[in-house]
Design a protein. Structure first.
Length: 482
């Protein structure tokens, strides 16, 4: 038993003698660029030493070197493992690894980034506003470790603001960084920062000239005011009508103008929030009222409002839908400024069902019947002149058009199971019209049962294909979708 105890004591003594130590401890946190004095105990005869990973020896031990000695060294500005390696006379070496270097050189994903309490700030234009920005202090992180080593706490930060914005008495130039902590009050100016941002980054408190952290951004919104012109009605029969600009902020100014000063004029104040527009002639026309709003350094695009002097006629009629099964035609006209209702006519007869800018007509299903569709606009000033367009009734299905919708060549073919008005199912002409009745394609054939139409050059939309067999005509609707 005494021999066993003696052996254990001897073994323990050997372990202690052969142990290497360094002080300050490797588990401590270290600042880059700061010179540290290290005390080392080594188990063998010293030969030399180097720094690896960014650190370097600033003062090597003085020879002769005993088993305990001191040296001086600095860590590089890189948050990665850095090593002081000691070599011995027998060719072996011992590394002293340090992982907690307080550097912001590498961005580390394993440690939480700066997470501000708001991702977007809305700062009203031409108004000085205060905004609190706060977040939890982040940690230092060591890169290239799995998982990322996070340690300590960073308490110093800096902010980059739009020009004229400030933190306390520190006013931004737009490019400088202002020192702060993780809880600051940012003050806007009147106008800068449109589509801009506030940037925040961590700062290395170990000294000057060290790499700052990667910045995070808070978006700044300085939206334009929503401006509009309103009135009780947007037509003038005679005399004057008042119009008001809405959405102006306190302190803003407005300048009114008219596109036509022959038929209408602004009566009185042209810089007030409400303006009076008067009719000057009996001409039925449209004038445009514009309001240009300015506020501090901003002048906004003019807000416009069309005014009908009397009542004007619709510009055109479009046929958006034809139902060949039930003979229905959908007619639409663009809304007329100042119109309160519309009158629709078919072949001169009033259709009393529809008084909006669109109407649906159920008409006969005879082939190649052309109808006159007209519309007039109405308001308190009277009734406009009529706008006319021709509409065609779809024919019986003696011919086929495919594919439909079409993106390439279209095939017209006769249905061999039917007889077109007592004639053979052949045809001699094919015509293609747009919805306004303009001829777009024409093809002369000689009593064929099938033909191709090249639709190259035609834009997407609805067309009519007219197939002609002697005195018989048949129209088919074709949708082109390329």
């Amino acid at each position: 038993m005494k021999q066993i105890i003696s052996f254990l004591i001897c073994s323990f003594t050997i372990l202690v003698v052969n142990a290497q130590t360094i002080s300050p401890l490797q588990s401590n946190e270290f600042c880059p660029g700061t010179e540290y004095t290290f005390t080392v105990t080594i188990p063998k005869t010293y030969s030399s030493m180097i720094g690896e990973g960014g650190c370097f020896v600033t003062q090597s031990p003085t020879f002769p070197v005993g088993s305990t000695f001191t040296f001086k060294g600095k860590f590089g500005d890189a948050n990665q493992k850095q090593t002081f390696r000691i070599y011995y006379t027998d060719g072996s070496n011992d590394p002293f690894e340090f992982k907690k270097i307080k550097s912001l050189f590498y961005s580390t994903t394993g440690c939480s980034p700066i997470q501000p309490n708001q991702g977007t700030i809305t700062a009203p234009r031409c108004q000085i506003s205060n905004f609190n920005i706060s977040f939890n202090n982040i940690q230092w992180g060591t890169a290239f470790e799995t998982p990322t080593l996070c340690f300590g706490s960073i308490t110093t930060y800096e902010y980059q603001l739009p020009n004229g914005w400030s933190i306390g008495s520190n006013v931004s130039t737009g490019s400088n960084w202002i020192a702060g902590n993780n809880n600051v009050t940012v003050t806007s100016d009147l106008s800068n920062g449109v589509d801009g941002s506030i940037r925040i980054r961590a700062v290395n408190s170990c000294g000057t000239g060290l790499q700052p952290g990667q910045p995070v951004s808070i978006s700044i919104l300085r939206p334009e005011p929503t401006l509009s012109i309103t009135s009780t009605q947007n037509y003038i029969c005679s005399g004057c009508q008042t119009f008001t600009i809405n959405g102006m902020q306190s302190g803003a100014t407005v300048q009114w103008s008219l596109s036509n000063t022959t038929d209408a004029y602004i009566n009185g104040c042209s810089t007030c929030s409400t303006v009076s527009v008067c009719r000057n002639t009996t001409t039925n026309t449209i004038v445009t009222l514009s309001a240009t709003v300015s506020h501090c350094t901003f002048t906004y695009p003019p807000v416009t409002h069309n005014i009908s002097l009397g009542i004007t006629a619709p510009t055109s009629i479009d046929f958006q839908l034809i139902d060949p099964t039930f003979g229905k035609i959908r007619a639409i006209t663009s809304p007329v400024t100042g119109a309160t209702s519309y009158n629709w006519y078919i072949n001169g007869s009033l259709n009393s069902l529809y008084h909006s800018n669109g109407a649906t007509f159920s008409i006969s299903n005879d082939c190649d019947i052309e109808y006159d569709i007209s519309v007039e606009a109405v308001n308190a000033c009277g009734t406009s002149s009529q706008t006319h367009a021709n509409a065609y009734v779809p024919c019986d299905n003696y011919y086929m058009v495919s594919p439909n919708p079409a993106s390439g060549d279209v095939t017209v073919s006769a249905d061999q199971t039917k007889s077109a008005k007592g004639t053979n199912t052949t045809f001699g002409e094919v015509r293609l019209y747009d919805m306004q009745g303009n001829l777009k394609k024409y093809q002369k054939v000689n009593k064929v049962k099938t033909a191709k139409i090249n639709i190259a050059g035609l834009t997407n939309g609805t067309y009519f294909v007219e197939i002609i067999n002697g005195s018989y005509k048949e129209r088919k609707q074709l949708l082109i979708q390329k």
